[in-house]
Design a protein around this ligand. Structure first.
Ligand code: HEC
Ligand code: HEC
Ligand code: HEC
Ligand code: HEC
Ligand code: HEC
Length: 206
């Protein structure tokens, strides 16, 4: 229902595009979901080849439950001079000039009734790759995990393979792999930080 309310406030062309997108997608939260974006932004180029840290663009992710999509201003820090006449970047320049946000298509989305907070997971040492896969190799962002309740609970019951030692690596290190002795190392961190991933309904359905 919220969807209808949001779109009712939007101009008509947007409404139609929005509904087509909604009903046209196989299922909003499917693995492999890879919508076309208004700008051919490549994580492979920016996060992979250029090595820009995820948090340069998704800057609020450690403080807020929302992982922001960067405003055009962040892009223009570079694209005022790099590829400044590129056709592909026209919507970015337009957004920068008018202040109207770029209409990125949302890829990962939980239903309204499920609560999720990025910052808690990152502080616990769960890295981006555990939930989003190899974003730094993707030309177009693709959903890699189901984001289903069973998926959440699987990790909450057995988080050890996903807990990093943040004194040695960072949550945005895309090469990190659990090494030998991972279980014990993770168990020590779980004890020290008193991590307790919840399994009770009210934690995720508030
Ligand atoms: C230069 C800026 C920039 C950097 C660096 C960057 N991103 Fe992004 N990210 C974006 C933009 C813009 C979008 C929206 C367009 C898209 O989906 O491709 C996005 C989308 C995403 C999405 C999908 C959001 C959704 O709609 O579900 C994920 C997940 C994501 N980024 C993760 C990462 C990770 C992990 C890294 C680091 C490895 C990273 N990003 C680095 C700019 C960036
Ligand atoms: C730290 C600098 C930097 C930032 C920030 C940055 N880019 Fe880029 N971008 C580059 C570089 C470098 C290239 C590659 C240029 C080349 O291929 O020679 C590039 C290439 C591109 C291209 C391909 C352009 C073409 O014509 O081939 C697009 C599209 C693009 N970036 C979009 C974005 C968007 C959208 C953002 C903001 C979310 C962004 N970039 C932020 C540095 C940056
Ligand atoms: C524990 C799993 C998990 C981890 C770790 C994680 N994400 Fe997410 N991410 C999600 C889920 C679930 C969503 C959908 C959230 C929703 O719809 O409320 C999401 C959504 C996003 C979005 C879309 C915008 C938003 O606010 O929802 C971006 C961008 C994103 N993640 C980037 C990142 C980056 C960058 C990292 C690492 C620094 C990261 N994520 C780590 C699970 C995770
Ligand atoms: C890869 C592992 C992993 C996945 C996947 C994961 N979590 Fe968690 N989650 C954790 C860990 C570890 C903690 C414990 C954090 C702590 O105790 O500080 C946690 C804590 C939480 C909490 C309690 C903290 C808070 O924000 O109130 C909630 C709620 C939560 N997760 C929701 C979710 C939901 C919803 C999903 C699925 C969409 C999910 N998680 C997927 C590892 C994971
Ligand atoms: C760790 C987080 C988490 C916990 C704990 C949790 N849920 Fe969920 N639940 C979710 C997420 C995320 C979804 C959305 C799944 C999707 O979109 O496919 C969901 C979906 C649901 C649905 C919708 C139907 C379905 O299966 O998709 C029901 C009903 C539900 N949960 C009931 C419960 C009950 C009852 C409990 C306690 C026994 C519980 N949940 C505990 C995260 C959680």
């Amino acid at each position: 229902m919220t969807l209808v309310v949001i779109h009712a406030a939007a101009p008509a062309p947007l409404l139609i595009a929005g509904l087509l997108w909604w009903f046209g997608s196989p299922k909003y939260t499917d693995v492999g979901y890879q919508p076309e974006q208004p700008v051919p932004f490549s994580h492979k180029v920016h996060a992979g080849d250029l090595g820009i840290d995820c948090r340069y663009c998704h800057a609020s992710i450690e403080e807020s439950h929302e992982a922001n999509i960067p405003p055009a201003q962040t892009c223009m820090n570079c694209h005022r001079s790099i590829k400044k006449n590129s056709e592909a970047l026209a919507p970015v320049r337009e957004s920068y000039e008018t202040g109207k946000p770029i209409n990125w298509v949302r890829v990962h989305k939980l239903p309204e009734y499920a609560y999720f907070d990025h910052s808690v997971h990152l502080k616990a040492g769960v890295g981006c790759t555990s939930c989003h896969g190899d974003i730094d190799r993707q030309e177009i962002v693709t959903q890699r995990e189901t984001l289903s309740m069973g998926w959440c609970l699987d990790c909450h019951r057995h988080p050890h393979q996903h807990i990093r030692d943040l004194t040695e690596t960072s949550v945005t290190d895309m090469e990190w792999q659990p090494a030998k002795g991972q279980y014990n190392a993770a168990e020590a961190i779980i004890q020290e930080k008193e991590l307790s991933p919840p399994e009770d309904c009210a934690a995720c359905h508030r």
